[in-house]
Ligand binder design. Structure first.
Ligand code: ZN
Ligand code: MN
Length: 479
């Protein structure tokens, strides 16, 4: 097995989260809606209608191209008709882009386990419309046109990936980026991110490319990894037994975990591409581009690096805190809110706040527990005003009620008892009523102090500061 390497390129289709479709006013997000409820003469391709370009789709695609470090976002790009017949494609063609796409070039950096990163080059990125959906039943086919005209970005990588794991990593990073930019939810199960994989193998050390197969219809990142791995192994088996790999299109069957050969693939010439006569070219003026790019946030990898430098966070923390944009912003807001150590904030975020977020299936920005609340709670724990356990309890309470931590602490007397006078009274009572243990301590078995501390903690319902208790007891017992 080790004498071969895999050559993998990915073609992804990304559904942009615009309000309306790319060429008409119909609602774009039909998830869960009854079939054929978000349609009009334009997206159904009735004769005599004209498409109008939705500028929001262009803006989101430009953001993505910029985030992929594309070196050439075109100031002029053209739509083209891709002609083919399919029941869920009512016009008989798909409006796409062909010879003059919105952007060429770019790259995605994938951090690898050994600390290096893999550069995956982007060949091109273009806008197009989605087709409808064919619902297959036993003896009939039903067509739902809701998805017709939903804006898609098609993005094609160069064949730079070398394993099924790397392909999965690429999709994970891409999905993170889409959510970070706020241009797509990137949910593969909902078809918002779709992936076809081109796979070939070659002898290690060889330079040419061999015939590749294309895997279609994979609906989750785990399935992409599985399908590519299965195909790499199949090709190696084929070649090792003296056979050859043919340029098939393969369909992944999720239920059986196997690949099936589909129709032979159309070649580009079969599509009879030509410029779309009903649409003007996309003219991306410098002003418009500048305006779009003001909406480009700091990107995940940059922010991750800045977190390690600016706040002295370990790589591990920075990676987790920048997995999701809202969480990274929450972290910075909490650090800015109080004079609390950034690492302490990070610890509380990674453990307790992430737990709350997961329980709510939400994002950091939607928590009732605000960044300043977190900073206050961590501050109280750090100063010894409350115990760590009380702090954790407070997090939940604040998140449930939306009250400020001080309000809850004040109203319920949760503050840690570290007042020496108060502790002294409680400790003295316990010492006086337990002469046997006192004698044991004074006889040299000083570990019995743990028992005394436990008694005081019980008396104060856990609100005493254990260090302060120990100190008071030591003073009393050595008298
Ligand atoms: Zn429509
Ligand atoms: Mn496409």
């Amino acid at each position: 097995m080790s004498e071969f390497e895999a050559i993998i390129g990915l073609e992804t289709h990304i559904q942009l989260n615009t309000e309306s479709k790319i060429f008409c006013g119909c609602k774009a997000d039909s998830w869960g809606d009854p079939p054929n409820t978000n349609i009009c003469p334009v997206c159904c391709g009735l004769p005599g209608v004209l498409p109008t370009l939705n500028s929001a789709a262009v803006e989101k695609a430009v953001l993505l191209a910029a985030a992929m470090q594309s070196d050439s976002i075109q100031s002029l790009s053209y739509f083209a008709r891709k002609n083919y017949f399919y029941p869920d494609l009512p016009k008989g063609y798909q409006i796409s882009q062909y010879d003059e796409p919105l952007a060429r070039g770019g790259e995605m950096l994938l951090p690898l386990d050994d600390g290096q990163s893999l550069r995956v080059r982007i060949a091109k990125l273009h806008l197009e419309e989605d087709a409808g959906k064919t619902i297959r039943e036993k003896d009939r086919r039903l067509i739902d046109f809701n998805r017709c005209g939903v804006p898609l970005v098609e993005m094609v990588t160069e064949p730079d990936l070398r394993s099924a794991d790397q392909a999965a990593q690429y999709l994970i990073r891409l999905r993170q980026l889409l959510r970070w930019l706020g241009i797509s939810e990137g949910d593969m199960e909902k078809g918002q991110l779709r992936c076809d994989a081109n796979v070939s193998i070659r002898q290690i050390g060889a330079t040419g490319l061999n015939a590749k197969t294309e895997i279609k219809n994979v609906n989750s990142i785990a399935a992409v990894r599985q399908a590519i791995q299965a195909e790499i192994e199949r090709q190696i088996r084929e070649v090792s037994q003296g056979g050859t790999v043919e340029a098939w299109t393969l369909n992944w069957d999720e239920d059986t975990g196997t690949l099936h050969k589909m129709r032979s693939k159309e070649t580009e010439a079969d599509y009879r591409y030509f410029r779309e006569p009903d649409l003007l070219p996309i003219e991306l003026t410098d002003d418009w581009k500048t305006q779009i790019l003001t909406g480009l946030p700091e990107l995940p990898l940059d922010r991750r690096m800045r977190f390690t430098e600016q706040y002295g966070l370990p790589e591990y923390d920075a990676e987790i805190l920048t997995e999701e944009r809202s969480l990274s912003e929450y972290f910075e807001a909490a650090v800015a809110a109080g004079q609390v150590d950034a690492k302490a904030i990070s610890n509380w975020l990674m453990n307790d706040v992430l737990r709350l977020i997961r329980e709510q299936h939400g994002v950091a920005a939607n928590l009732a527990l605000k960044p300043e609340h977190l900073a206050q709670i961590v501050g109280m724990v750090e100063r010894g005003d409350i115990t760590t356990n009380t702090g954790k309890e407070l997090l939940d309470r604040v998140n449930e009620s939306g009250q400020s931590p001080q309000e809850i602490v004040g109203a319920e007397g949760l503050a840690q008892v570290s007042d020496e006078a108060a502790l002294g009274r409680i400790a003295a009572e316990i010492v006086d009523s337990n002469p046997d243990q006192v004698a044991t301590y004074r006889g040299g078995k000083t570990t019995v102090i743990g028992w005394f501390v436990g008694q005081v903690m019980r008396e104060t319902q856990g609100k005493a500061n254990p260090q302060a208790v120990k100190k008071v007891l030591e003073d009393l017992l050595s008298e």
